[in-house]
Write a new protein. Structure first.
Length: 70
């Protein structure tokens, strides 16, 4: 019974996130911020890649420092 509750909550959360995301994309299109869904996805992917690279660089610098400082 507990799993059914979690599945239902997950489904409801997914539907809410989808609707919220669609609304944000529509609003961005109206304001001219984003032209297409693909452009939004590309911008998100680029942002995640940049953050990931920054975290990796910082981790590498931290492991190179013998005192553990960055």
């Amino acid at each position: 019974m507990g799993r059914l509750v979690w599945v239902a909550l997950g489904a409801a959360g997914g539907i809410w996130a989808y609707r919220k995301g669609s609304g944000l994309v529509d609003q961005a299109r109206e304001q001219g911020v984003a032209l297409t869904v693909q452009q939004v996805a590309l911008n998100t992917t680029q942002a995640v890649t940049n953050v990931s690279a920054a975290i990796s660089e910082r981790s590498a610098r931290a492991s190179d420092d013998p005192r553990g400082r960055t």
